[in-house]
Design a protein around this ligand. Sequence first.
Ligand code: ADP
Ligand code: MG
Length: 342
Amino acid sequence: MKNKVVISLVFGVIFVALGIAVYLIIKPKAIYIHNEGETQGTIYSATYEEPEGKDLQDKIEKKIHEFDMSISTYIPNSTISRINNNDPAVKTDLYFETMFYAAQEAARRTNGAIDITVGPLVKAWGFFNFGNNKLSKFPNVSEFLPYVGYKKIHIKDHKLIKDDPRIMIDDNSLGEGYSSDIVAELLKEYGCKNYMVDIGGEVVCKGLNSKGEKWTIGINKPIDDSTSTISQIQTVIHITNCAVTTSGSYRKFYIRNGKKYSHIINPHTGYPIDNNMLSVTVVAPTGLMADTYDTPFMVIGIDSCLKVCKRIPGMDCYIIYTGKDGKNQVVYTEGFKKYLTK
Ligand code: ADP
Ligand code: MG
């Protein structure tokens, strides 16, 4: 009797072990779907593991379109474009209001270094919506400053109130990061636990990649290249469950009389930034947060950038700048170190 029990137990164990072995061998490999397309004058991509292996590209594009109809300056009848054209019937929606309050809070924290009313200046310098950079003459900045200033706009009863009708909103400093959040949210709703969304280089990720590792993101070397075709990696970072965005002066710029004019405008002077910042990469809990701060960080310079960044929970940054010797130098917050190792 005792022997029979032992034999059945041994067979039982062998059976279970064989079952596990067979499962491990034939277990379906995690399939990650990859989609790409265009939005906001740039490219989006999404890589995700959908629980049933479904391709969600149609849903992603629908969501992006819905979002762009609110806050994309590239669409003539979007909410923001209608606001810029002073359409009296236009109401602010949730996407617009979320963008608005994020920008206004960051403006308060950076002494107005991010200013979404900077639109007329961005346009005057030839950068709005990839405007033509072939300016025949430089803008007379003092003409524009009276209607630039984040304190000159308010939202009341879902209406954007402008102190001056010439005010024009430019949300391109944070739109891409915010839209990465929106796509990430959609993937989450469909039960995806592992994904990476990249819109114009502004990344939001969760879980692990198809190799079961954290997501690897390259930080570009800031090599002056207005054609955006040169891409050399400065370093890579390993992240999960967060967002990473970069603002830089090395892709959207032009040179006049040997001087570089970047697409990032100092709202106080009305001129393109003229400091030693080459790029700032920000890691934060959301794409909206990271992208809202990377631009003003370029404006306020190294010391203020590090100071403001340290005060914001979950935020870290990596700055590449021109050192006194003319060579590229790097400085980052203490918390950024963990992203530099696997
Ligand atoms: P990128 O578009 O290269 O990712 P940013 O996130 O820094 O870089 O956004 C830059 C864009 O933001 C500019 O092209 C312009 O439209 C707008 N912009 C420029 N300067 C400012 C500023 N000081 N505050 C708000 N928006 C700005
Ligand atoms: Mg930005």
